[in-house]
Design a protein around this ligand. Structure first.
Ligand SMILES: [Zn+2]
Length: 69
């Protein structure tokens, strides 16, 4: 068995990540799984940001349903 060599596509992705234009941090949306970049409006709550958009936030955190009793 020879050494495992990553495919050119994998290398391309790695290089793309390393050579990102901006140094802004990124996260993965817990709902859609897509990466999203830091935004100024999230400056205060970036640590708590889990969703890329309000839509995903709505899906990921459904409003609490009042239960009788
Ligand atoms: Zn999302």
């Amino acid at each position: 068995m020879g050494p495992f060599l990553p495919s050119p596509i994998t290398w391309g992705c790695l290089m793309a990540k390393m050579r990102s234009k901006s140094d802004l941090p990124t996260k993965l949306c817990v709902v859609c799984g897509r990466p999203f970049t830091w935004r100024k409006k999230w400056a205060r709550d970036w640590v708590n940001v889990k969703y890329c958009s309000d839509r995903c936030r709505t899906v990921g955190a459904p409003p609490p349903t009042p239960r009788p009793g």
